[in-house]
Design a protein around this ligand. Structure first.
Ligand SMILES: C[S@@+](CC[C@H](N)C(=O)[O-])C[C@H]1O[C@@H](n2cnc3c(N)ncnc32)[C@H](O)[C@@H]1O
Length: 272
Protein backbone atom coordinates (compact mmCIF):
# COMPACT_ATOMS: atom_id res chain seq x y z
CA UNK A 1 0.00 0.00 0.00
CA UNK A 2 1.59 3.29 -1.09
CA UNK A 3 1.74 6.23 1.32
CA UNK A 4 -0.67 8.14 -0.91
CA UNK A 5 -3.21 5.28 -0.78
CA UNK A 6 -2.73 4.85 2.98
CA UNK A 7 -3.33 8.57 3.58
CA UNK A 8 -6.37 8.59 1.31
CA UNK A 9 -7.90 5.58 3.16
CA UNK A 10 -7.15 7.17 6.53
CA UNK A 11 -8.87 10.39 5.36
CA UNK A 12 -11.99 8.57 4.15
CA UNK A 13 -12.21 6.50 7.34
CA UNK A 14 -11.80 9.55 9.56
CA UNK A 15 -14.39 11.55 7.63
CA UNK A 16 -16.78 8.61 7.63
CA UNK A 17 -16.45 7.41 11.24
CA UNK A 18 -14.22 9.71 13.31
CA UNK A 19 -11.80 6.79 13.72
CA UNK A 20 -8.15 7.82 13.55
CA UNK A 21 -5.88 5.53 11.52
CA UNK A 22 -2.27 6.36 12.31
CA UNK A 23 0.88 4.63 11.08
CA UNK A 24 0.70 2.09 13.90
CA UNK A 25 -2.52 0.76 12.36
CA UNK A 26 -1.06 0.33 8.88
CA UNK A 27 -0.72 -3.45 8.98
CA UNK A 28 -4.27 -3.79 10.36
CA UNK A 29 -5.51 -1.61 7.50
CA UNK A 30 -3.58 -3.63 4.91
CA UNK A 31 -4.92 -6.92 6.19
CA UNK A 32 -8.55 -5.81 6.49
CA UNK A 33 -8.63 -4.02 3.14
CA UNK A 34 -6.89 -6.93 1.41
CA UNK A 35 -9.96 -8.99 2.28
CA UNK A 36 -12.19 -6.38 0.62
CA UNK A 37 -9.95 -6.35 -2.47
CA UNK A 38 -10.14 -10.14 -2.77
CA UNK A 39 -13.90 -10.07 -2.38
CA UNK A 40 -14.22 -7.42 -5.12
CA UNK A 41 -11.69 -9.11 -7.43
CA UNK A 42 -9.34 -6.10 -7.35
CA UNK A 43 -5.57 -6.50 -7.33
CA UNK A 44 -4.36 -2.99 -6.41
CA UNK A 45 -5.12 -0.73 -3.45
CA UNK A 46 -5.15 2.17 -5.90
CA UNK A 47 -8.14 0.60 -7.72
CA UNK A 48 -9.93 0.22 -4.41
CA UNK A 49 -9.16 3.86 -3.61
CA UNK A 50 -10.64 4.96 -6.95
CA UNK A 51 -13.79 2.97 -6.20
CA UNK A 52 -14.15 4.55 -2.74
CA UNK A 53 -13.63 8.05 -4.09
CA UNK A 54 -16.01 7.58 -7.03
CA UNK A 55 -19.69 8.46 -7.17
CA UNK A 56 -20.41 4.71 -6.97
CA UNK A 57 -18.48 4.40 -3.72
CA UNK A 58 -21.39 4.87 -1.26
CA UNK A 59 -22.11 1.18 -0.72
CA UNK A 60 -18.40 0.32 -0.51
CA UNK A 61 -17.83 3.04 2.08
CA UNK A 62 -20.37 1.23 4.30
CA UNK A 63 -18.47 -2.03 3.71
CA UNK A 64 -15.27 -0.19 4.60
CA UNK A 65 -16.82 0.86 7.92
CA UNK A 66 -17.70 -2.77 8.68
CA UNK A 67 -14.18 -3.84 7.76
CA UNK A 68 -12.50 -1.23 9.92
CA UNK A 69 -14.55 -1.05 13.12
CA UNK A 70 -13.57 -3.06 16.18
CA UNK A 71 -16.69 -4.77 17.45
CA UNK A 72 -15.44 -6.57 20.56
CA UNK A 73 -18.16 -6.70 23.19
CA UNK A 74 -19.76 -9.12 25.66
CA UNK A 75 -22.75 -9.51 27.94
CA UNK A 76 -22.39 -7.52 31.17
CA UNK A 77 -19.02 -6.12 30.11
CA UNK A 78 -17.74 -3.79 32.86
CA UNK A 79 -20.28 -5.19 35.32
CA UNK A 80 -20.12 -2.27 37.74
CA UNK A 81 -22.16 -0.18 35.27
CA UNK A 82 -25.00 -2.68 35.46
CA UNK A 83 -24.92 -2.55 39.27
CA UNK A 84 -25.20 1.23 39.06
CA UNK A 85 -28.03 0.92 36.53
CA UNK A 86 -29.83 -1.48 38.88
CA UNK A 87 -29.49 1.18 41.60
CA UNK A 88 -31.25 3.68 39.30
CA UNK A 89 -34.29 1.42 38.83
CA UNK A 90 -36.31 2.64 41.87
CA UNK A 91 -36.10 6.23 40.60
CA UNK A 92 -36.77 5.28 36.97
CA UNK A 93 -39.73 3.04 37.82
CA UNK A 94 -41.19 5.71 40.12
CA UNK A 95 -41.02 8.24 37.29
CA UNK A 96 -42.54 5.75 34.83
CA UNK A 97 -45.42 5.17 37.26
CA UNK A 98 -45.93 8.93 37.39
CA UNK A 99 -46.33 8.92 33.59
CA UNK A 100 -42.80 9.76 32.37
CA UNK A 101 -41.23 8.07 29.36
CA UNK A 102 -37.97 6.36 30.25
CA UNK A 103 -35.40 6.32 27.48
CA UNK A 104 -31.98 4.64 27.47
CA UNK A 105 -29.46 4.76 24.62
CA UNK A 106 -26.75 2.23 23.88
CA UNK A 107 -24.64 4.31 21.46
CA UNK A 108 -22.16 2.07 19.64
CA UNK A 109 -23.98 -1.14 20.61
CA UNK A 110 -21.97 -3.46 18.34
CA UNK A 111 -23.61 -6.91 18.12
CA UNK A 112 -26.15 -6.14 20.86
CA UNK A 113 -24.79 -7.67 24.05
CA UNK A 114 -24.74 -4.22 25.70
CA UNK A 115 -28.39 -3.23 25.08
CA UNK A 116 -29.55 -6.76 25.96
CA UNK A 117 -27.56 -6.57 29.21
CA UNK A 118 -29.29 -3.23 29.94
CA UNK A 119 -32.70 -4.78 29.24
CA UNK A 120 -31.90 -7.82 31.39
CA UNK A 121 -30.77 -5.58 34.27
CA UNK A 122 -34.03 -3.64 34.09
CA UNK A 123 -36.14 -6.78 33.84
CA UNK A 124 -34.43 -8.36 36.86
CA UNK A 125 -34.97 -5.32 39.08
CA UNK A 126 -38.26 -3.99 37.72
CA UNK A 127 -41.20 -6.36 37.39
CA UNK A 128 -43.52 -5.02 34.70
CA UNK A 129 -40.82 -3.10 32.87
CA UNK A 130 -42.06 -4.48 29.58
CA UNK A 131 -45.48 -2.91 30.15
CA UNK A 132 -44.06 0.48 31.20
CA UNK A 133 -43.14 3.24 28.74
CA UNK A 134 -39.49 2.18 28.68
CA UNK A 135 -37.47 1.93 25.51
CA UNK A 136 -33.83 1.24 24.78
CA UNK A 137 -32.39 2.70 21.59
CA UNK A 138 -29.43 0.64 20.34
CA UNK A 139 -27.38 2.14 17.51
CA UNK A 140 -24.17 1.40 15.66
CA UNK A 141 -22.52 2.64 12.50
CA UNK A 142 -21.79 -0.91 11.32
CA UNK A 143 -24.81 -2.31 9.43
CA UNK A 144 -23.66 -5.93 9.92
CA UNK A 145 -23.51 -5.45 13.68
CA UNK A 146 -26.93 -3.79 13.82
CA UNK A 147 -28.38 -6.75 11.92
CA UNK A 148 -26.73 -9.22 14.28
CA UNK A 149 -27.94 -7.24 17.31
CA UNK A 150 -31.48 -7.18 15.96
CA UNK A 151 -31.46 -10.96 15.45
CA UNK A 152 -30.38 -11.49 19.07
CA UNK A 153 -28.91 -14.95 18.49
CA UNK A 154 -25.51 -15.75 19.98
CA UNK A 155 -23.02 -18.59 19.95
CA UNK A 156 -22.19 -20.17 23.31
CA UNK A 157 -19.10 -18.73 25.06
CA UNK A 158 -15.92 -20.05 23.39
CA UNK A 159 -13.93 -20.36 26.58
CA UNK A 160 -16.32 -22.87 28.13
CA UNK A 161 -17.36 -20.33 30.79
CA UNK A 162 -21.01 -20.54 31.83
CA UNK A 163 -23.37 -17.81 30.65
CA UNK A 164 -24.08 -15.08 33.20
CA UNK A 165 -27.20 -16.14 35.15
CA UNK A 166 -29.31 -13.25 33.78
CA UNK A 167 -28.37 -14.19 30.21
CA UNK A 168 -29.50 -17.78 30.83
CA UNK A 169 -32.78 -16.53 32.27
CA UNK A 170 -33.64 -14.30 29.30
CA UNK A 171 -32.48 -16.51 26.43
CA UNK A 172 -33.56 -19.84 25.02
CA UNK A 173 -31.10 -22.47 23.83
CA UNK A 174 -31.62 -23.55 20.22
CA UNK A 175 -31.05 -26.96 18.64
CA UNK A 176 -27.69 -25.89 17.20
CA UNK A 177 -26.41 -24.80 20.63
CA UNK A 178 -26.75 -21.06 20.05
CA UNK A 179 -29.08 -19.09 22.29
CA UNK A 180 -31.77 -16.60 21.36
CA UNK A 181 -32.91 -13.61 23.39
CA UNK A 182 -36.48 -13.72 24.69
CA UNK A 183 -38.67 -11.82 22.14
CA UNK A 184 -40.55 -9.96 24.93
CA UNK A 185 -37.26 -8.58 26.23
CA UNK A 186 -36.14 -7.74 22.71
CA UNK A 187 -39.34 -5.81 22.08
CA UNK A 188 -38.30 -2.93 24.37
CA UNK A 189 -35.17 -2.33 22.25
CA UNK A 190 -35.10 -0.47 18.93
CA UNK A 191 -32.06 -1.17 16.76
CA UNK A 192 -30.92 1.43 14.23
CA UNK A 193 -27.89 2.07 12.06
CA UNK A 194 -26.49 5.46 13.12
CA UNK A 195 -23.21 7.27 12.64
CA UNK A 196 -22.62 9.19 15.88
CA UNK A 197 -20.82 11.90 13.91
CA UNK A 198 -23.88 12.61 11.77
CA UNK A 199 -27.31 14.00 12.59
CA UNK A 200 -29.33 12.18 15.28
CA UNK A 201 -32.75 11.83 13.71
CA UNK A 202 -34.75 11.35 16.91
CA UNK A 203 -36.28 13.80 19.31
CA UNK A 204 -36.38 13.80 23.08
CA UNK A 205 -33.87 13.30 25.81
CA UNK A 206 -32.46 10.25 27.52
CA UNK A 207 -32.34 9.17 31.15
CA UNK A 208 -29.26 7.05 30.63
CA UNK A 209 -26.70 6.87 27.82
CA UNK A 210 -24.12 4.13 27.45
CA UNK A 211 -21.29 5.06 25.07
CA UNK A 212 -18.52 2.70 26.02
CA UNK A 213 -15.38 1.75 24.13
CA UNK A 214 -16.42 3.72 21.06
CA UNK A 215 -14.65 7.07 21.34
CA UNK A 216 -11.25 5.52 22.16
CA UNK A 217 -10.72 5.34 18.40
CA UNK A 218 -11.58 9.04 17.85
CA UNK A 219 -9.40 12.16 18.01
CA UNK A 220 -9.72 14.50 21.00
CA UNK A 221 -11.78 17.12 19.17
CA UNK A 222 -14.32 14.57 17.89
CA UNK A 223 -14.56 13.07 21.40
CA UNK A 224 -15.20 16.43 23.01
CA UNK A 225 -17.89 17.29 20.45
CA UNK A 226 -19.59 13.97 21.08
CA UNK A 227 -19.54 14.29 24.90
CA UNK A 228 -21.14 17.72 24.53
CA UNK A 229 -23.86 16.35 22.25
CA UNK A 230 -24.57 13.57 24.75
CA UNK A 231 -24.83 16.17 27.53
CA UNK A 232 -27.37 18.05 25.40
CA UNK A 233 -29.43 14.86 25.02
CA UNK A 234 -29.37 13.81 28.69
CA UNK A 235 -32.14 15.07 30.93
CA UNK A 236 -30.91 16.80 34.12
CA UNK A 237 -29.92 14.09 36.58
CA UNK A 238 -29.42 11.59 33.74
CA UNK A 239 -26.37 9.31 33.66
CA UNK A 240 -23.66 8.82 31.02
CA UNK A 241 -21.55 5.65 31.19
CA UNK A 242 -18.22 5.58 29.32
CA UNK A 243 -15.67 2.82 28.78
CA UNK A 244 -13.08 1.87 31.43
CA UNK A 245 -10.25 3.71 29.66
CA UNK A 246 -12.30 6.78 28.73
CA UNK A 247 -12.90 10.05 30.60
CA UNK A 248 -15.07 13.04 29.75
CA UNK A 249 -12.96 16.20 29.41
CA UNK A 250 -12.85 18.32 32.57
CA UNK A 251 -13.98 21.31 30.42
CA UNK A 252 -17.44 19.75 30.37
CA UNK A 253 -17.75 19.41 34.16
CA UNK A 254 -20.31 22.17 34.42
CA UNK A 255 -22.59 19.91 32.35
CA UNK A 256 -21.39 16.41 33.22
CA UNK A 257 -20.30 15.89 36.82
CA UNK A 258 -18.18 12.83 37.61
CA UNK A 259 -20.29 10.39 39.63
CA UNK A 260 -17.80 7.51 39.67
CA UNK A 261 -14.72 6.74 37.61
CA UNK A 262 -16.54 6.11 34.34
CA UNK A 263 -19.95 7.58 34.98
CA UNK A 264 -21.22 11.13 34.81
CA UNK A 265 -24.38 12.86 35.97
CA UNK A 266 -26.00 15.58 33.88
CA UNK A 267 -26.33 18.81 35.85
CA UNK A 268 -29.24 21.20 35.59
CA UNK A 269 -27.17 23.84 33.76
CA UNK A 270 -28.37 24.78 30.30
CA UNK A 271 -26.14 23.76 27.36
CA UNK A 272 -26.89 26.99 25.51
C1 LIG B 1 -15.56 -1.97 20.73
S1 LIG B 1 -17.24 -1.80 20.25
C2 LIG B 1 -18.01 -1.38 21.80
C3 LIG B 1 -19.33 -2.09 21.99
C4 LIG B 1 -20.00 -1.83 23.36
N1 LIG B 1 -20.32 -0.44 23.53
C5 LIG B 1 -19.12 -2.32 24.49
O1 LIG B 1 -18.54 -1.51 25.19
O2 LIG B 1 -18.99 -3.54 24.65
C6 LIG B 1 -17.21 -0.21 19.38
C7 LIG B 1 -18.40 0.00 18.45
O3 LIG B 1 -18.45 1.38 18.06
C8 LIG B 1 -18.93 1.44 16.74
N2 LIG B 1 -18.55 2.73 16.14
C9 LIG B 1 -17.32 3.16 15.75
N3 LIG B 1 -17.41 4.38 15.21
C10 LIG B 1 -18.72 4.75 15.26
C11 LIG B 1 -19.44 5.91 14.85
N4 LIG B 1 -18.83 6.95 14.27
N5 LIG B 1 -20.78 5.93 15.06
C12 LIG B 1 -21.40 4.88 15.64
N6 LIG B 1 -20.78 3.76 16.05
C13 LIG B 1 -19.44 3.70 15.86
C14 LIG B 1 -18.27 0.24 16.07
O4 LIG B 1 -18.94 -0.16 14.90
C15 LIG B 1 -18.28 -0.81 17.19
O5 LIG B 1 -19.39 -1.68 17.04
Amino acid sequence: MSDADFNAFARVIHAQTGIVINDGKRSMLVSRLSRRLRKLGLSEFSEYRRLLESGAGDEERRELVSAITTNVTSFFREPVHFDVLKGLVPELSERARAGDRIRIWSAGCSSGEEPYSIAMTLAEAWSGVQAADVRILATDIDPEMVEKARRGIYAPPQNGHPLPAAVSRYTRRQDNGSFAVDPALRSIIRFEELNLLGAWPFAGSFDVIFCRNVVIYFDAETRLRLWRRFAERLRPGGTLFVGHSERVDADLEPLLQPAGVTQYRRTTLSTK
